[in-house]
Every structure is written in structure tokens, then in C-alpha cells.
Design a protein around this ligand. Structure first.
Ligand code: CDP
Length: 221
């Protein structure tokens, strides 16, 4: 990591509001926002679209070398095609934690992420940013909230997009399942980095979390 560049790491469980908060901070502090979850989601989409089984490691690895994932102007491209919306669908939510548990998948994504952080001032969110991707990050945060609250937030996102079929209890279950897989996998599990500041956002608004983090970043400088 280039020590003249700023690197802010944000980790935490599903639906804690990391990406909303990170995007806002990126705007305010003029940083590049890198959504690492979107990269695992994009590859999961490719696995599914090709009829491969996300729970079968050998099948999942089959396409890895022939996959290109890039960010440009706040869009994520999978093999040259924008997949911003498709990677947020329920079918991807249900399968991404299997795909992201395989060491070779992680190795490829982590290399890409570290390359991005070596060229720009970044704020990056995910599960292993402070622990594995950017262990020397200038600032590390772990944002969490109660599972029921995280479920409600994710539910609202689906409803706002016009999804009338979705059920709140199914989303809460899916989030809990994903947390369980993400925290217990062998390779780079989700955990609180030793030197991270933990923020429980259960009773905080997005603006409150953003302001708090910016204050902490400025205060630490
Ligand atoms: O937005 P949400 O919190 O639901 O998830 P996300 O950040 O888009 O991440 C989706 C999934 O990708 C997670 O549940 C993890 O399985 C995986 N992931 C990961 O393993 N490592 C990362 N650095 C980011 C995401």
C-alpha cells in the first residue's frame, strides 16, 4: 500500500448501511468508493447465469480466469456489461456467500481491490477490508446494527424499487444466514479488525453515522 494515499476500511455484516455511508463519505471527502461486495455479487451473477452450482467449488472456479470485473463512473461492469441492478436481486443475495467463501475467488478479488487502493485515495467496504485487503488502512470502522433493523432497511430498499412480493421475515432470515456463512468461513471470515472503531447504527440515521465517521477521521489526523 502506498502510504501517501488515504485508505479507509469499512467492514460489517449484511445490511448495516456500509455502502450508503461509504458513498456519502466518498463524496464529502473526495475519495474513490470501492464496493467490494459488488465484485463478489457480480461473479455470483455470472456463475448463476451460466447454470453453475454456487455450492460446488469446482464449478464456481471454472469461469474465474475468464472474468473481468471493473468499476467505471460508479457503475460495475461484468465482462463489459453494466450489472448494477442485477447484482442486487434476491437470487444473488441467496448465493453470494457460497461463492465468496472460496479462497481462489477471494484471491482474485483481493488482488483487484489492492491494485485499486494503490492508485487512488479510497474508501472501501466489505467483510475483510481492515483485516486482509487493507491491513494498513489509515482508518478502520466496523458498522453493525441489530439483524431485525438491518432486515427492515433491506426490505425498504426492495419495496422502494417496487417489489411487492418480498417478505420482511424472509429477508431477516437471509441476512442472518449470510452473516453466519460470512463469519464462520475459513478464508478471511467477517470479524472486527483489532484496531477498528465499532459503530452500532441501530438507532442512528445515515447522516449521523456519516458525520460521526468524518469527525473521527478528522480527529485522528
Ligand atoms: O450490501 P450487503 O451488506 O448485503 O452485502 P455486500 O457488501 O454487497 O456483500 C455481499 C456478500 O459478498 C457478503 O455477504 C459476503 O459473502 C461477500 N463479501 C465478502 O466475502 N467479502 C467482501 N469484502 C465483501 C463482500
Amino acid at each position: 500500500m502506498n502510504k501517501d494515499l488515504i485508505a479507509i476500511a469499512i467492514d460489517g455484516p449484511a445490511g448495516a448501511g456500509k455502502s450508503t455511508v461509504a458513498k456519502e463519505i466518498a463524496k464529502k471527502l473526495n475519495l474513490e468508493y470501492i464496493d467490494t461486495g459488488a465484485m463478489y455479487r457480480a461473479y455470483t451473477l455470472k456463475v448463476l447465469e451460466n447454470g453453475l452450482d454456487p455450492k460446488n467449488e469446482n464449478e464456481v472456479l471454472r469461469l474465474l480466469d475468464n472474468t473481468e470485473i471493473t468499476f467505471l463512473d460508479n457503475h460495475i461492469y461484468l465482462d463489459g456489461v453494466i450489472v448494477d441492478d442485477k447484482i442486487r436481486e434476491s437470487i444473488v443475495n441467496q448465493n453470494v456467500s457460497y461463492v465468496s467463501s472460496y479462497p481462489e475467488v477471494r484471491k482474485k478479488m483481493v488482488e483487484l481491490q489492492q491494485k485499486m487502493a494503490s492508485k487512488n485515495n479510497v474508501i472501501m467496504d466489505g467483510r475483510d477490508i481492515g483485516t486482509v485487503v487493507l491491513p494498513n488502512a489509515s482508518h478502520k470502522f466496523y458498522i453493525t446494527a441489530k439483524p431485525e433493523e438491518r432486515g427492515k432497511r433491506r426490505y425498504k430498499e426492495f419495496v422502494d424499487k417496487g417489489d411487492t412480493e418480498i417478505k420482511l421475515e424472509d429477508i431477516v432470515e437471509e441476512i442472518k444466514k449470510r452473516d453466519e456463512i460470512d463469519s464462520t468461513r475459513e478464508e478471511s471470515p467477517l470479524r472486527i479488525p483489532d484496531d477498528a472503531i465499532v459503530i452500532d447504527s441501530t438507532n442512528l440515521t445515515v447522516d449521523e453515522v456519516v458525520d460521526l465517521i468524518i469527525e473521527l477521521i478528522k480527529g485522528e489526523n
